[in-house]
Write a protein that binds this ligand. Structure first.
Ligand code: HEM
Ligand code: HEM
Length: 227
């Protein structure tokens, strides 16, 4: 929507993508805390883990059918785009991006993949006291040992490292490059000097997202009850 200074308010992050982000942040924070607390907090740990898997499956589907800027095809960079972006950053000419910039896109993909691996390793983890993931009885004992070691030693550290890099980068953009990425992730809109695609964000698309989320919840329910 152009205004009289020829800036354009563009819907970049549709409500489903923004809700996905907020819920993911809350669940991952809750998982890191409940995992460390252990004991009685583990029941909540499992439920939050199932919620994260539902959210991740939703985000993958939404990456194909969601609003323009949430689609993988519109943010996963080709190697040539990536090297052009890195080159531009080196020359201190960082181009303005409507959606995720090419480096940000890689960190998004890394976070989604590492979170998925963490959830799946949790399904196969066993604390050898009272808490066993839902797939422990279905797989060989040495897989359980490997998955548990990965889940509690490696995956946890990788997630914390990626989140620290993610949040530091967003803050670096805000305070050093004076580009606020946080407000658009909360309100959905960016004000840009050029007009570009709006992400579809209507009542229908939001209801569509709810139905996808429900379907993903059902898939997770089946995965938890595989036996
Ligand atoms: C557990 C902590 C967090 C996780 C796992 C996480 C994960 C993610 C993911 C997966 C995306 C991609 C969104 C999508 O395309 O669907 C994203 C984007 C984003 N996150 Fe986070 N996030 C976390 C914490 C935060 C915090 C605390 C902030 C604010 C300071 C933040 C600000 C943002 C912003 C601004 C974007 C959009 C970046 C861009 O414009 O390219 N995140 N985050
Ligand atoms: C993104 C998702 C997840 C994160 C970030 C996460 C994080 C953690 C953390 C930090 C711990 C404590 C590790 C330690 O001992 O220091 C832990 C333990 C554990 N988690 Fe998760 N977890 C996730 C998902 C899951 C899921 C989905 C399940 C099961 C369905 C699960 C089952 C377990 C079990 C059984 C333990 C105890 C392992 C042991 O004592 O060695 N986790 N998790």
């Amino acid at each position: 929507m152009p205004n009289n200074t020829s800036l354009h308010r563009i819907r970049i992050w549709d409500l489903p993508t923004r809700s996905f982000h907020i819920l993911l942040v809350l669940c991952v924070a809750g998982l890191l805390i409940t995992g460390e607390v252990g004991d009685n907090a583990m029941q909540l740990h499992f439920w939050l883990g199932y919620a994260v898997l539902t959210l991740l499956l939703f985000r993958v589907v939404w990456g194909f059918v969601g609003g323009h800027w949430s689609r993988f095809v519109n943010f996963v960079p080709m190697p040539s785009q990536l090297s052009a972006y890195v080159q531009a950053v080196r020359m201190k000419q960082t181009p303005l991006n409507a959606g995720h910039n090419p480096l940000g896109a890689l960190s998004v993909l890394a976070m989604l993949s590492i979170l998925l691996i963490q959830v799946l390793s949790g399904f196969m983890s066993d604390d050898e006291i009272t808490n066993t993931g839902p797939w422990v009885a279905l797989i060989p004992a040495d897989w359980v040992e490997l998955a548990t070691e990965y889940h509690s030693e490696i995956g946890k550290v990788l997630i914390i490292a990626l989140v620290v890099v993610h949040v530091s980068t967003v803050l670096y953009y805000k305070y050093f490059k004076k580009e606020d990425l946080i407000t658009p992730m909360l309100t959905g809109d960016k004000v840009l000097p050029v007009s570009t695609h709006d992400s579809r964000d209507t009542l229908t698309s939001r209801l569509f997202a709810m139905s996808i989320l429900t379907g993903c919840g059902y898939v997770v329910y089946r995965l938890v009850n595989l036996s």
